[in-house]
Design a binder for this molecule. Structure first.
Ligand SMILES: [Zn+2]
Length: 298
């Protein structure tokens, strides 16, 4: 292992940024998904009970009545019926480099602060990270309930259209690699990183797909104890149940796959593209479905 990797791994020994896992979060519940087997930087596995107790709506007074919108990701992309003949309403885009974890960790304090402030300004202020704008709201204020591949998940409303784009792409491109997801985890209300980092789940822009069968071999136990982490594999694609095709579908629309990171967190995707560029013709604020349905036009 190169020294750089040692540093990065030490900084982050985390939880899979995504190892959240309680299988499927109850769709209607407001209580956040507690990262069950606490995958924390200390390397210690926190007792699930402690985690659950610490994952609290109480820390997020806003969470209660705010994540009430219900937006079907599949409904956002107008005119998309997944047929090859329909022109997609989606822009392809790459993750923004300065938001990629491996990049800002290599870039030092200034790079980390820049990445945090962008997320604060774009998705909301999470206490303890970044500088709050005057009218700051927490990311939980912008949460909506949506669906991805027929499963419920709660995400920041700005990235819901991107999930719809990915779903469209999967249906178009991955028919030869059938895969049925069973559990998703989106926004989280407690930071599962330590050491100055903050997980993108906090901002509602990260999603885990089937945490129990898509491994995180660079995380702490129990994630790195998974049988798939013990056997030889050419790439991380070989250690997960999800088809590689899904990864490329996410990547085409601005999501970064944390399987590329030293964490090797294969379940985890985070939207690092520009939310204003997701759709070719974004709806105006007044007519945006998520705004209309949440009744919140701010
Ligand atoms: Zn994750």
């Amino acid at each position: 292992m190169r020294p750089l990797h040692v540093v990065i791994a030490a900084l982050a020994l985390v939880a899979c940024a995504g190892a959240a896992p309680a299988p499927a979060p109850p769709p209607a519940a407001v209580v956040p998904v507690a990262p069950t087997p606490g995958v924390e930087s200390s390397g210690a596995v926190s007792p699930p009970a402690a985690d659950a107790a610490a994952a609290p709506v109480a820390l997020n007074p806003d969470a209660g009545g705010l994540g009430t919108g219900n937006v079907d990701a599949g409904a956002i992309v107008s005119g998309s019926d997944a047929s090859a003949t329909t022109e997609s309403a989606c822009n392809e885009q790459a993750p923004q480099d300065f938001l990629v974890r491996g990049n800002f960790l290599r870039g030092g304090v200034a790079a980390r602060e820049r990445a945090i402030q962008y997320r604060t300004d774009t998705y909301g202020y999470f206490k303890g990270f970044g500088h709050a704008p005057a009218d700051a709201q927490p990311p939980s204020h912008y949460v909506v309930e949506t669906k991805f591949m027929d499963l419920p998940v709660r995400m920041h409303r700005k990235v819901v259209p991107a999930l719809a784009c990915v779903e469209e792409e999967i249906k178009r491109s991955c028919a030869d690699h059938p895969y049925k997801a069973h559990a998703l985890a989106g926004i989280r209300f407690r930071n599962t990183y330590r050491g100055g980092e903050v997980t993108n789940h906090i901002y509602g822009i990260a999603i885990d797909v089937d945490p129990s069968i898509n491994t995180c071999c660079g995380c702490v136990k129990p994630w790195n104890d998974a049988p798939a982490c013990q056997k030889p594999a050419k790439t991380e694609y070989d250690r997960m149940a999800m088809p590689e095709c899904w990864v490329h579908a996410f990547e085409r629309y601005g999501f970064y796959w944390l399987g590329h990171d030293v964490l090797r967190d294969t379940m985890h995707f985070e939207f690092l593209g520009d939310p204003d560029r997701i759709l070719k013709n974004p709806p105006s604020k007044e007519t945006s479905p998520d705004v209309a349905r949440t009744g919140d036009v701010r």
